[in-house]
Design a protein around this ligand. Sequence first.
Ligand SMILES: Nc1nc2c(ncn2[C@@H]2O[C@H](COP(=O)(O)OP(=O)(O)O)[C@@H](O)[C@H]2O)c(=O)[nH]1
Ligand SMILES: [Mg+2]
Length: 377
Amino acid sequence: MRIKRYESSDLQSAIEKVKAELGENAIILNTKRRKKGGLWGLFGREIVEITAAVADTPKIRPRPLPSPPPATIQAQPQMLSALQNELHEIKSMVSDLKNEPKIPPEGYQGNEDYLISNPHLSVFNKLLISNDVTRDNAVALIKKVINLLPKEELDDYEQAKAALLHALAAELRITNPTKVENKQQVVALVGPTGVGKTTTIAKLAARSALLENRGVTLITADTYRIAAVDQLRRYAEIIDVPLEVVLGTEDLQKALKRHKDKNLILIDTAGRSQRNIVQLAELRNILNPAIQIKTILVLSLTTKYRDLLDITSKFRRVNYDALLFTKLDETTSYGSIYNIAKATGKPITHITTGQNVPDDIETAEPAKIAKMILREI
Ligand SMILES: Nc1nc2c(ncn2[C@@H]2O[C@H](COP(=O)(O)OP(=O)(O)O)[C@@H](O)[C@H]2O)c(=O)[nH]1
Ligand SMILES: [Mg+2]
């Protein structure tokens, strides 16, 4: 791995320098602002310093050659105290984790006699389970149908099915923080890498700016990969909206102030693994102080259910307000939408159905999602 430092007067040109020298795959290890020149650091001009790294190719070094000295990092007092803070935070997170509820074991062991007593109900039960609704949820839904309908109507397949669709839809809440309101909307998308956050931001921005004619600004806090900033910049250029690159919560607040006249601000974030609690804490620190931000957790329906549960539970530290499901076009069963909505109690904003910007996105509709789960559409 090659590690290098770059200085520049602003973040954008510093990133350009990294890109020019280390290429698109460079990873930004650290970014900070400091004063340069002047007397003892006073009266200097502010510069941005980026420490970036890129993997060496080829990776294998011939044996006889001495390995280069490791990049030396001098421990400075501020660094130590930052490390101590981080350690403290990790400790408190570990103790939080211990108190988190456990994921329930799969499989329903209860009495299923009443399912067998009515042929439709047992068909519905199988239909739900084959579409990835958990056994527990399937049984709970069928109990609801039984409570909703008198016996004669329960014997009628169409009526029973309508009641099941109703029961499914009734538990799906929706919200749309990107829609037109009097006050400015600030929306951040968070989630694991590769789920479609950036693409979804582009879809939402294009719809608002081009179709609804609203003032839109894009902000990205995803400065970990050069390619990620470029991806959003290309979209910003095509849609013709401003793009701000921010490093931390201070930058974010400044950018929000600069664009306070806009109707909608969309914030893209770096993909975070739910397994990396330090990264999650960083993300929380960037977003949380700005209380007006609505945070949407983006989940891909191609992720298996247990992992989805794990993601929704770990991302609770980022305090997300709503859910958005992507890649519905890459799966044939949609039961996870119901399971996750129910497990988190969070409303759904949109679903996305493909890679095309801005077409492949829809606002969430409970009745439609219920039909998709039962394969009625
Ligand atoms: N099939 C399909 N692909 C999608 C969808 N949304 C995003 N993608 C693709 O998923 C990949 C990762 O998307 P990206 O927006 O970069 O994900 P991010 O890492 O979360 O920002 C890209 O190839 C996108 O085109 C979707 O709804 N369906
Ligand atoms: Mg992205």
